[in-house]
Design a protein around this ligand. Sequence first.
Ligand SMILES: NC(=O)c1ccc[n+]([C@@H]2O[C@H](COP(=O)([O-])OP(=O)(O)OC[C@H]3O[C@@H](n4cnc5c(N)ncnc54)[C@H](OP(=O)(O)O)[C@@H]3O)[C@@H](O)[C@H]2O)c1
Length: 231
Amino acid sequence: MRLTYVVTGANRGIGLQMAKRVLTLGHQLVAICRQPDTAHELSALVQESNGFATLFAADVCDAQDLADIAQGLDHSVDVLVCNAGVMSARGGISDQGNDAASISNALMTNVASPFFTARAFLGALNRSSAPRIAIISSLMGSQQHQGTSAYFYRASKAGANNIMVSLANELQPQGIAVASFHPGWVRTDMGGDHADISPEESAHGLVQQFDSMSLAQTGGFFNYDGKPLPM
Ligand SMILES: NC(=O)c1ccc[n+]([C@@H]2O[C@H](COP(=O)([O-])OP(=O)(O)OC[C@H]3O[C@@H](n4cnc5c(N)ncnc54)[C@H](OP(=O)(O)O)[C@@H]3O)[C@@H](O)[C@H]2O)c1
């Protein structure tokens, strides 16, 4: 079945590979990134898609940017992937990077933006017969994952999972499935060169999960291969 996907942060990393995978599978793509002018690989993908993909500019921390894109769509959205994210300071209690600007950016991008994105696309999701929202979270946000680093990245992804649960509860009566996903430790600008898996492998697994996602998964947190994870 051909689905319409929206993917945020589609210009690089896992988001770019998800965009590629979605098109390879014959789905329709609405790609969102901050600066389409410099998103050369994504722009080429969209141009070569024979009308299967469109590209929009938005900062996901700007609710109005997202609302403007959604209002311009005249078709339904089946799968909304809230992927855009930032890593804040990686160190412990003495890391000077844990300042107000960095903390605010992590919380706005990783916690507030999935909420803004879901709210903006609610109308388009409600036009789908099987709507779903996938929030790209992280195992580092799990209370079961003990760590002594990246305080606010961990907290922000725990917050993203909490937002996911509220959305799942509120949107279940409308038939919208909402779940969050850990993409693995992935070799991207964020994950670094020594991470476990390639962005292609992560995106392949994630899109497979999204394609089959239903209300049976709503409120859950899953690995990119579908394994349930503890929040
Ligand atoms: N890589 C890993 O090992 C790993 C592990 C667990 C979870 N994750 C999560 O997976 C997701 C993707 O990560 P990644 O590894 O692909 O990271 P990445 O390579 O650093 O890419 C991050 C993406 O998010 C976009 N973004 C950030 N802030 C944005 C904003 N305000 N508005 C619009 N776009 C914004 C970036 O756009 P710009 O190019 O404009 O900055 C970029 O497209 C993130 O949510 C991340 O937390 C990654």
